[in-house]
Design a protein around this ligand. Structure first.
Ligand code: NAP
Length: 309
């Protein structure tokens, strides 16, 4: 693979930032990788893992002369990062992010972006429940979607360069309106995580079942929820706060449907229950057919260690 950018700066070097660093290096996508993160401890760890060529404590210094800047921080930190880097960006630089919500990130970052840079918001649908620089690995983005939510009048050439970058790390790129992105992600990612956090919390609160029983017998379905519920609390707090409207809309729909299922169970409406469970089984089949998971036992978790997020 050939060099696409002279200097790529990674702001934030957790799971996503470090996975990008491995791929940029492995595929030779940049002459130089510059790393910056908020804490001295994480910066030191990034250096120990040899994730970059230079390590800088301030993002302002780190973005100097960068051709591509990738911001990989919790979505609630987007504005402060944008403010800090804006005056130091070179003309023609591409600035992108990987945040899980898009309308809010645009609202936070765009007003600070100088007119001489290309700001292209993005979201790779790839991740695991782990966080920090030790969680990253090469190939995380392979076969996964990356969604761009470009602003009107985005430069076509800059868009094509960013697309080529994500395709080089193995992603398939789609373009979407930010509000639509936030609705789609609310149902496919945010709601499942919220439900998982909630059900695991409920199990923890139960007085009639002991914690040791919950852990001992967890294989029967509960375990799959605990994997989602082990995701980073900061990241998921920020997602809840920054995709509030879409999440509340989906939760309202979910609660209505849950009440209807509850009623069907109460009244012994077997056909209704069977119909619903059959429809949902078809969705699972379509996901496997689309190559988004394997049909192996154990929800394909061992066969496919990267999950959609
Ligand atoms: P992570 O592993 O927790 O790493 C977060 C990084 O952001 C660290 O470098 C951390 O710095 C920095 N950071 C944390 N709080 C900050 C703040 N207030 N100001 C500035 N920097 C801060 O997170 P991640 O999983 O890579 O997620 C990064 C972004 O990718 C998030 O927006 C998330 O929504 C999105 N995303 C995540 C996944 C996933 O599955 N994890 C998938 C797709 C997209 P220090 O350690 O130095 O404090």
């Amino acid at each position: 693979m050939s060099i696409q950018f002279e200097r790529i700066t990674l702001i934030g070097i957790g799971l996503i930032g470090s996975s990008l660093a491995y791929d940029i290096r492995r595929l030779g996508l940049a002459k130089e990788i510059v790393v910056s993160t908020r804490s001295a401890a994480t910066l030191k760890r990034a250096e120990e893992l040899k994730l970059g060529d230079r390590y800088l404590a301030t993002s302002a210094e780190a973005v100097e002369n960068a051709d591509l800047v990738i911001v990989s921080v919790p979505v609630g930190a987007s504005e402060s990062v944008a403010k800090e880097i804006a005056p130091h960006l070179k003309a023609g630089a591409i600035v992108t992010d990987v945040g899980s919500t898009k309308a809010s990130v645009i609202q936070q970052m765009q007003p600070h972006m100088p007119p001489h840079v290309h700001f292209i918001p993005g979201h790779p649908l790839a991740g695991t429940e782990k966080s920090g620089p030790d969680a990253g690995f090469p190939g995380l983005f392979k076969g996964r979607w990356c969604i761009f939510t470009p602003l009107p009048d985005t430069d076509e050439d800059a868009l094509a360069r960013l697309r080529a970058f994500w395709e080089a790390v193995g992603s398939r790129v789609d373009v979407m309106d930010p509000a639509h992105h936030d609705k789609v992600l609310a149902i496919v990612s945010h709601l499942p995580h919220i439900i998982a956090y909630n059900i695991v919390g409920t199990a923890e609160d139960l007085e009639t079942v002991t914690e040791s029983e919950v852990i001992k017998y967890s294989a029967s379905g509960f375990r799959d929820f605990t994997r989602l519920a082990a995701s980073d609390p900061t990241m998921w707090r920020d997602i809840c706060l920054h995709n509030k409207d879409a999440i509340l809309e989906m939760l309202a729909r979910f609660s209505e449907d849950l009440s209807s299922l509850q009623r069907a169970i109460r009244w012994g409406e077997g056909d209704k229950i069977f119909d619903l469970f059959s429809r949902t089984r078809d969705i699972r089949r379509s996901i496997v057919e689309a190559g988004q998971d394997t049909d192996a036992a154990d929800f394909g978790r061992h066969a496919l260690d990267a999950k959609q997020s």
